[in-house]
Design a protein around this ligand. Structure first.
Ligand SMILES: [Fe+2]
Length: 359
């Protein structure tokens, strides 16, 4: 009996040892699996996902984080060339069919429009996600984020009853010496392009001249103009809607900041809503990756990023804007197709001719 017990005991310990050894070896194998396979998968993904060359007319500080995120999600190797939207458009024209670019992402639809013959048709699954007003009438580019032209005014010095109804009201002598603008700014020039289309060349020239005769103060860009409106250095500025929120939201100035936006209700060029826009070059070598990138740009994730980082308007459904912004559907948009804003050079030339820009 004693011997039997001894045998059973030994068998029991041998079994326990065997089970332990097996589980250890399984664990080692499992650990090996966890350590090795994903690395293999990642290497495989990197190998197979290829490249993407983006020409960006938007700044790296703004678009860099979005591109990094796309890079890590997709495993695509990405190269980005940065510049102003007009510089990039000029470079594309220079490079022609030899351009290495797959995608052109611009601050405005005019820059895309100026190279429209170099762009390919976008696929219906991208086009259908963006409303008709915010995409190319030829299906060659789509908007990524909305940017409204607005007047920014000082709330202490301009009574509600005095607010202008149209841009022409600014030619009134009561605004003399009280206004600012930034004629080198590309959004301002895009508004001039809209004016030329809606009003014609002569009326546009006359408006620019009357603003100059009213001693409009020249600013290098929009932020200092909005700051000046907040400090009552000017009472009215001509800007895009999102600059105001840098002060009242991002810098936390709230009601202490004495300027607000006015969206003109006349539906003229002063209430132009334009879009940052994106298209694929017809000579692109990485078309699938370009498509994937654009799809990412109009995902809820990236649309939310724009809403919070730049306070631009989202262009897809179900993305909430800050309650202080005027909802896009409440803005009377200028009655113009964004596909008609391609002649940027013509607007710069007009501004030079009347002396609003140096020749
Ligand atoms: Fe801007």
């Amino acid at each position: 009996m004693k011997i039997l017990c001894q045998i059973y005991k030994s068998m029991f310990f041998a079994t326990v040892l065997f089970v332990l050894l097996i589980s250890c070896s399984l664990e080692t194998e499992a650990t090996g699996v966890i350590n090795e396979v994903p690395v293999e998968v990642v290497k495989e993904t990197e190998k197979s996902k290829g490249n993407l060359v983006i020409y960006s007319g938007r700044k790296e500080s703004l678009i860099g984080p979005v591109i990094d995120q796309f890079k890590s999600i997709s495993g695509i190797n990405i190269e980005v060339k940065y510049g102003t939207s007009t510089e990039i458009a000029a470079q594309l024209i220079l490079e022609g069919s030899k351009s290495p670019a797959d995608v052109f992402y611009a601050q405005d639809p005019g820059s895309l429009g100026s190279v429209i013959d170099m762009l390919q048709q976008l696929s219906p699954d991208l086009l259908e996600k963006i409303p008709a007003w915010a995409k190319s009438d030829k299906g060659k580019w789509i908007g990524i984020s909305g940017r409204a032209r607005t007047l920014v005014y000082n709330t202490d010095n301009v009574k509600a009853s005095d607010l202008p109804k149209t841009l022409n009201d600014l030619c009134d002598a009561k605004w003399k010496g009280r206004m600012g603008w930034a004629p080198t700014n590309s959004s301002f020039q895009t508004m001039i392009t809209a004016m030329r289309k809606i009003w014609g060349e002569d009326k546009t020239k006359a408006w620019v001249k009357c603003m100059m005769a009213n001693d409009v103060k020249v600013y290098p860009k929009n932020t200092p103009q909005v700051e000046a409106a907040g400090k009552a250095e000017i009472d009215i500025g001509l800007v895009n809607h999102y600059y105001l929120y840098k002060f009242i939201l991002d810098a936390g100035e709230g009601d202490k900041f004495k300027a607000r936006n006015l969206h003109l209700e006349s539906g003229g060029p002063g209430s132009l809503v334009t879009v940052s826009s994106i298209g694929i070059l017809s000579t692109a070598k990485n078309k699938d990756n370009a498509h994937q990138f654009i799809d990412f740009m109009i995902s809820k994730l990236v649309q939310n990023y724009f809403v919070n980082a730049t306070r631009e308007y989202p262009l897809i459904e179900d993305v909430d804007i800050h309650p202080l912004l005027t909802p896009l559907h409440e803005i009377t948009k200028a009655n113009i197709s964004l596909s008609d804003l391609a002649d940027i050079q013509g607007s710069a030339k007009l501004l030079q001719e009347v002396g609003a820009l140096p020749k």
